[in-house]
Design a protein around this ligand. Structure first.
Ligand SMILES: [Zn+2]
Length: 553
């Protein structure tokens, strides 16, 4: 009998042993010590596979490709693939119809009749650390949902430390959320790090020391741009990435992230890939070189975390993704035989104003169309109201004339494709805000993407989608852009690194909203308020509540 009971004990230990040894993760006792939500701005889903052979470091992109759970089939489930909504989506695990951020900036005639307001502009909270446009202010007030970080802070009674960093204000603020101790971004002209009175009265001493410590001058010198706009000149170079990562290291050190008795959260968005990408496109050797540099710089950054977080990288979880993909440059797409064009947004706006004025207020040159940038065409509710039209009638009228106005705006330009093989831009579909608010959309996958793109911001507007590879692109079409429901704009990589994840490549469908859902589930906190993602259980060890039976490393 004793032999039998010993056998039972042995079997019990064999079957359940691994589970008993491993203490389940939870935010409440700092397992892990630090969660990093890493974003690369304009990081298309094919890059990691396309340039995989370039990545030679151990803890750069290979931290995710070799030691992490990699989801190459990750697509945004909405259509308005822009930076502000992308970062809000990553932070909140919700789409625009959940967090309400639809585009980077929009017209709000109640706040200004002469300029758009940005997604994070807030005059109630002036900027600190700068004299440039300080009164415009900044805060997360337009983001109408909580983030993963917000939930960790709330669940730990305010003890968790939460920070957001990016060269871009919107990327720093919207990813981290409302309950962060601080969000930091740079003044475009000078490169100085700044924040707003939403978080602080004055910059902490360590930020002041960083700003005056010679980092700006070093970065400028490295790029050979001693003067000029820091964001455009330095931001597009590897030196801009290094500048941002050096600041983040200073933050980790000063705030002792990853050394507390609850889990800390850091959101970090690297802007340089977007600044360069708009100018040169995704196929450019320069963009490849930048990604190769980022690989080396991330390796250095994660080795730094390994040395500074209690217990090292074994106590850190990281997700990586992009805020949107990008279209092939129209000139390149045309060269490869694809239909492509430079979308004439400004000319379309001018033509719409001309036609509406002729129809409604002949000869008065009334401003009916405000513009604002694709995919939205925002219209002037005051002017339409003065012409005795309500929102529904105004938007319907604009929607109806858009295809003809676009053709008219390009008249005589494309009797044959131009010297680059570019053709006229066309409209695939137009929907009014009234239609989208009512969910009056086709019952198709594309209809669902549009439903998820609805925002109350921007006054009255119509939503337009041009044909494929039609982008408002600079440099005569060698530059490029992103905003559309097409897969090249929605495709981003997604990967997780950390104890609960079984390394491997997973071809299951994934979405960026899964980041907040997965981390919330593993940390044992509430999902963010509007989160629609799923926990990626197929990549999580059974011991951690997932479905993957693979042995622990
Ligand atoms: Zn972006």
């Amino acid at each position: 009998m004793r032999k039998v009971s010993r056998l039972i004990v042995a079997v019990f230990v064999l079957v359940f042993g691994a589970g008993l040894e491993w203490a389940r993760a939870s935010a409440y006792d700092a397992r892990p010590k630090l969660v990093v939500v890493l974003v690369l701005d304009q990081f298309r889903g094919d890059y990691l596979d396309r340039y995989r052979a370039d990545f030679k470091t151990e803890n750069g992109f290979n931290l995710f490709l070799k030691k992490g759970a990699y989801f190459p089939q990750c697509y945004y489930g909405y259509a308005n693939t822009m930076t502000a909504p992308g970062h809000s989506t990553i932070g909140t695990g919700a789409y625009t119809n959940g967090h309400n951020i639809g585009v980077n900036e929009w017209w709000d005639l109640s706040r200004s009749k002469t300029a758009m307001v940005s997604s994070v502009q807030d005059e109630d909270y002036p900027l600190v650390g700068t004299t440039v446009d300080a009164a415009m202010g900044a805060s997360p007030r337009n983001e109408l949902a909580s983030t993963l970080g917000d939930e960790v802070v709330q669940s730990t009674g305010g003890r968790a430390r939460l920070f957001g960093v990016s060269l871009k204000d919107r990327a720093a603020i919207l990813t981290a959320g409302h309950a962060s101790q601080a969000a930091y971004w740079i003044d475009h002209a000078t490169g100085q790090w700044e924040s707003s009175t939403y978080w602080m009265k004055d910059l902490p001493e360590w930020v002041k020391a960083f700003n005056s410590g010679g980092a700006i001058e070093r970065a400028r010198k490295e790029t050979g741009n001693p003067t000029g706009d820091f964001y455009e000149n330095v931001g597009a170079k590897p030196a801009g990435v290094q500048y941002e990562l050096d600041f983040t290291k200073a933050l980790v050190t000063a705030e002792k992230l990853g050394t507390h008795d609850v889990t800390d959260v850091l959101t970090l968005s690297i802007s340089s890939t977007d600044i360069l990408g708009h100018a040169v496109g995704p196929d450019s050797p320069e963009q490849r070189k930048l990604l190769d540099a980022v690989d080396v710089q991330l390796n250095d950054f994660f080795n730094f975390l390994n040395a500074h977080v209690d217990g090292g990288l074994a106590n850190v979880w990281v997700s990586i993704t992009g805020d949107h993909g990008v279209a092939t440059s129209p000139v390149n797409a045309a060269k490869e035989g694809m239909p492509a064009s430079v979308f004439p947004y400004a000319a379309l706006t001018a033509e719409l104003n001309k036609e509406l004025d002729a129809k409604l207020t002949p000869g008065k040159a009334t401003r009916f169309v405000l513009g604002g940038g694709l995919p939205y065409v925002q219209i002037d509710s005051d002017s339409f109201a003065a012409a005795r039209m309500d929102e529904s009638a105004a938007e319907s009228m604009v929607a109806e004339i858009i295809p003809g106005a676009l053709a008219e705006a390009q008249k005589g330009q494309f009797e044959t494709p131009d010297s680059h093989g570019l053709r006229p831009s066309t409209i695939r579909h137009v929907y009014t805000k009234v239609q989208m608010a009512a969910g009056d959309l086709p019952n198709t996958e594309e209809g669902k993407l549009l439903l998820h793109s609805y925002t109350t911001n921007g006054g009255w507007w119509v939503y337009i989608t041009p044909g494929i590879n039609q982008v408002p692109a600079g440099h005569g079409g060698t530059g490029t852009g992103h905003f559309s429901p097409y897969n090249y704009d929605r495709h981003v990589p997604l990967a997780f690194f950390g104890g609960p994840f079984v390394p491997g490549t997973y071809l299951e469908h994934a979405e960026p909203v899964d980041i907040a859902a997965t981390f919330a589930a593993l940390l044992g906190v509430n999902r963010p308020s509007a989160c629609v993602g799923r926990a990626v259980t197929e990549a999580i060890r059974q011991e951690d509540g997932g479905a993957n039976p693979a042995r622990a490393r």
